[in-house]
Design a protein around this ligand. Structure first.
Ligand code: G3H
Length: 481
């Protein structure tokens, strides 16, 4: 059977054994392209999830006691095995989350690089040594050795839009630092996540160091998040779910990467060809289903008409179709998400937004919509669309743009397009976001840069080095000589 025809029936991993749920219950996964069944994963019970957490907890001390280079070597082998599976995993990403095959394979390659970099960076973690006499009344003979130790069992929850990359970006830093992992893939994306773990098993994963849990959020979601033997949670996904996790997971560290409403601020002196190209790439890749997609343009009135024309031309050249056709704009992950995005567009049009580009919508396949003259009373000015829609808001000057952005409930990234770097720095200083891009689209990579959101966009910091830091805590040993 060719990879294209393959239908996947996958099992979960416990102590390196692949298992079905005892109930035989499964969750079906449907292709965003045509709603056909791609395969299924076990719908685990709470008891089965409990066994996964207990096993990860049982072996954690032993895993943490291994030499750092042993853990690093495992990650290097994992990257190698993953690369060997690029075609197979690429195909499953393509089928279950509807990415084009080439971008699905790029995700696998990017992930192998991320794991390798983590394997290296993790070797360089170290603690510190503090003399007591710096504090009045304390003596030089009191000395603190500050060690870096793992939290214990890390619950890693990945989203559908990067089912492999955003899973490994949590799992690799957790493993290199001596944590064990309970991995919960997004349901849509679970098959690819499981295949990625198959590569880790081939690389020599010791028993129990990573276990997988799959199933219905309503049955196992809160159960695993509140499990007493989970010591840290790292999650990427929607803001609502992230806030719920933060509330429920009391007294343990939680790293969250959530939604965004990233603006592109285009000033009078911007290079408009560059701005239009970056904005369209930033807004529409993977049909806008990225937390870091550009989700609103704030164009200064002096350049708004010309910029809109350039954006229109680029968008009209994009191919709309199935991911199997290698289209630029592909079906959204499901009908519910498409309906939500459509409701935002309808609201804006009813309130007077100008439709710059539009086209046929068929089920969850939406043609790219560019809306001009979007105003503050429209929902799309504030709500995250997570789909192929780009609202353009016109502002008199940068002060108006800063004011608009300050009222944004999200704070992931922002782009500023200008030739005046001094001005860019001044504006960047005033924006309450995790990252400001100057003359480039909003985006997470390169993967070793710090990556964070403020306000409703998240808490904690990721990016290889910072993710490693987030998986460790201080442990202080005081010598009283
Ligand atoms: O969807 C959230 C991702 O972290 C965005 O990553 O900027 O590489 O597409 P990306």
């Amino acid at each position: 059977m060719s990879l294209e025809q393959q239908r996947y029936t996958h099992q979960y991993l416990l102590n390196n054994e692949w298992k079905d749920s005892e109930s035989g219950d499964v969750v079906e996964i449907k292709s965003p392209d045509d709603n056909a069944s791609v395969g299924s994963v076990p719908a685990m019970s709470q008891n089965e999830v409990d066994a996964a957490v207990e096993s990860a907890s049982d072996v954690q001390e032993n895993w943490a006691s291994k030499d750092g280079h042993v853990r690093s070597e495992l990650l290097h082998r994992w990257a190698e095995e993953l690369e060997k599976m690029t075609d197979e995993i690429g195909m499953s990403i393509h089928k279950e989350v509807g990415k084009t095959l080439s971008s699905a394979k790029s995700e696998v390659k990017r992930t192998a690089e991320l794991i390798r970099h983590t394997a290296e960076e993790g070797l360089r973690t170290h603690g510190s040594f503090i003399q007591g006499d710096a504090f009045p009344g304390a003596s030089r003979s009191t000395k603190a050795m500050v060690q870096k130790v793992p939290h214990g069992v890390v619950l890693a929850i990945a989203p559908f839009n990067y089912p492999v990359n955003l899973a490994a970006s949590k799992i690799a830093p957790a493993l290199i630092t001596g944590n064990t992992v309970v991995f919960k893939p997004a349901t849509q994306g679970a098959i690819s996540g499981i295949l990625m773990v198959e590569a880790l098993v081939k690389a020599g994963l010791p028993k129990g160091v990573l276990n997988i849990v799959t199933g219905r959020g309503s049955v196992i979601g809160d159960f695993v998040v509140t499990h007493p033997k989970i010591d840290m949670i790292t999650f990427t996904g929607g803001t609502g779910t992230g806030k719920n996790i933060a509330k429920k997971a009391s007294m343990i560290p939680v790293v969250l990467e959530l939604g965004g409403k990233d603006p592109a601020i285009v000033l009078e002196d911007a290079d408009l060809d560059l701005s239009a190209k970056e904005i369209v790439g930033g807004a529409f890749s993977y049909s806008g289903q990225r937390c870091t997609a550009i989700k609103r343009v704030m164009a200064t009135t002096a350049v708004a008409d010309e910029l809109t024309e350039k954006i229109k031309e680029l968008v009209n050249n994009m191919k709309v179709g199935k991911s199997t056709e290698g289209a630029d704009i592909i079906p959204m992950i499901d009908q519910k998400s498409a309906d939500y995005v459509t409701s935002l567009v309808e609201d804006a049009v009813n309130k007077g937004a100008t439709v710059v580009t539009s086209g046929e919508h068929q089920d969850n396949l939406l043609s790219p919509v560019v809306l001009d003259h979007v105003t503050e009373d429209m929902r799309v000015a504030w709500e995250e669309q997570f789909g192929p829609v780009l609202p353009i808001m016109r502002v008199e000057n940068e002060l108006e743009a800063i004011d608009l952005e300050k009222r944004n409930e999200y704070g992931l990234q922002a782009s500023i397009f200008t030739k005046n770097l001094e001005n860019a720095f001044t504006i960047a200083d005033r924006l309450n976001v995790g990252t400001v891009q100057v003359n480039g689209k909003t985006s997470r990579g390169p993967d070793h840069f710090p990556f964070l959101g403020v306000k409703n966009s998240g808490q904690g910091v990721q990016g290889i080095g910072r993710s490693i830091d987030s998986m460790l805590r201080d442990k202080v040993l005081v010598l009283n000589l």
